[in-house]
Design a protein around this ligand. Structure first.
Ligand SMILES: [Fe+2]
Ligand SMILES: [Fe+2]
Length: 135
């Protein structure tokens, strides 16, 4: 069973963003599968890297639209993105040096962060994006 399952409550009613969220959830699930399947460090590191890179790409997409549509919550939203990117990058370093392992705690943190961020923070820009013409 995947760690996170997409459901319509997660939708921000903009297809491009929903598709990116689905991909992001898929990458968290891949990491979870790789961890549970007892994959080696190399596979886990590359899976983690894929997730980290895609996260940055996705956040840039949202930030581009927030700026384009003068979304008032842009700065507060960007700060949440930046904090998450730093956290994942710190974790990657610690994992690489062997100071920290991949754990269910980490997976649950990722699950909680991603779903809460989409349901709460991302949903708040929905109206602005739709008014701006995104579908
Ligand atoms: Fe998002
Ligand atoms: Fe976001």
């Amino acid at each position: 069973m995947p760690l996170i399952t997409w459901n319509d409550e997660l939708s921000v009613k903009v297809k491009e963003i929903d598709d990116q969220h689905k991909k992001l959830i898929g990458l968290v699930n891949n990491l979870h599968d790789a961890m549970k399947g007892g994959q080696g460090k190399q596979v886990l590191e590359s899976t983690l890297q894929e997730l980290a890179s895609y996260t940055v790409y996705h956040f840039q997409t949202e930030e581009k639209y927030m700026q384009k549509f003068n979304y008032p919550g842009y700065l507060a939203h960007k700060m949440k993105h930046d904090a998450f990117v730093k956290k994942v990058s710190d974790f990657q370093k610690e994992y690489h040096t062997g100071r920290l392992g991949l754990s269910l705690d980490l997976m649950n943190f990722l699950k909680e962060w991603v779903t809460t961020h989409i349901m709460d923070t991302d949903h708040q820009y929905s109206e602005t994006f739709i008014k701006g013409g995104l579908r």
